[in-house]
Design a protein around this ligand. Structure first.
Ligand code: SF4
Length: 271
């Protein structure tokens, strides 16, 4: 049954960007994924659950629970490795204020644009860092990350909706840097500073995309069949029943991202 779509997030915008049909199935028709009972799907699910659990451990550390206590909960090889790497994350030591697991939102046309941040951290020199923890198996290229809606939405929304974190004054784009920190590649984070012209370009693009979604009368299938190779809706689109095997790093990462829990699927969020 169609659902009234009231929010947009980096996940839904990325889906619309990658395949309007997937956006329609997932967010407008509200269809959950058909169960995938393959070895690799089960393995992916386990990896995703560990990733979510790691985010909880990181959050607990950032709100001040002693590391020794949290470390006992890192009870799988992946979690133990990620946790040890996280404890070594030096950039955090320069921060004077922490906002872990914080949600920001702002109006965007008839929608609300939402983003949940792993960490927004303020440094003494006025810089503000957006950290996002990633438990990818492969380190994606910076160019791919740079083009993702997450990178654009998280920085633009921080300018738009951050006044309450900065004594009533929004952060300027030049104060902001987004950092993807990879739990399995801890010494190779991806860093994306921001500038006023990028912010303008991003917000204009978001506004246009929102208008396009608002007025769309059909949601075509993507022409890029590579996107279908990992998409769980394949059976709805007659684009094959089996997942493709030969993923490159970025396609595999897109597949992992697709299974991340996001706002629209969690349902209502209180503000
Ligand atoms: S299978 Fe392909 S066309 Fe269908 S929703 Fe997924 S990406 Fe889009």
């Amino acid at each position: 049954m169609p659902v009234e779509l009231t929010t947009l997030s980096q996940s839904s915008l990325q889906d619309y960007n990658d395949c309007p049909r997937r956006f329609e199935l997932r967010y407008i028709q509200g269809l959950s994924y058909p169960a995938l009972e393959t070895e690799s799907a089960l393995e992916n699910e386990k990896h995703q659950q560990e990733g979510e659990y790691f985010h909880r451990l990181a959050q607990q550390q950032l709100i001040g629970i002693p590391a020794e206590q949290i470390g006992k909960l890192a009870n799988t090889p992946n979690l133990q490795r990620w946790w040890v790497n996280f404890l070594d994350l030096r950039g955090l030591k320069a921060l004077r204020r922490f906002h872990p697991e914080i949600t920001l939102s702002a109006p965007l046309g008839k929608f609300r644009l939402l983003a949940k941040y792993d960490l927004i951290g303020l440094a003494d020199d006025g810089k503000v860092f957006v950290y996002d923890w990633k438990t990818y198996r492969k380190r994606p290229k910076n160019e791919w990350l740079h083009a993702r809606w997450q990178t654009r939405v998280y920085r633009a929304l921080l300018v738009r909706a951050s006044a309450h974190l900065n004594d009533g004054k929004p952060f300027s784009p030049e104060q902001i840097e987004m950092i993807y920190w990879f739990a399995d590649f801890p010494s190779d984070p991806a860093r994306f500073p921001y500038q006023a012209d990028q912010y303008k370009r991003d917000w204009d693009a978001l506004t246009r995309l929102c208008e396009e979604i608002t007025t769309a009368s059909d949601f075509p299938l993507t022409d890029d069949r590579g996107k279908c190779s990992y998409c769980p809706y394949r059976s709805y689109c007659d684009r094959g029943h089996r997942a493709g095997e030969a993923f490159d790093a970025e396609l595999e990462t897109e597949a992992q991202e697709l299974f991340d829990i996001n706002f629209e699927q969690i349902g209502e969020i209180a503000f």
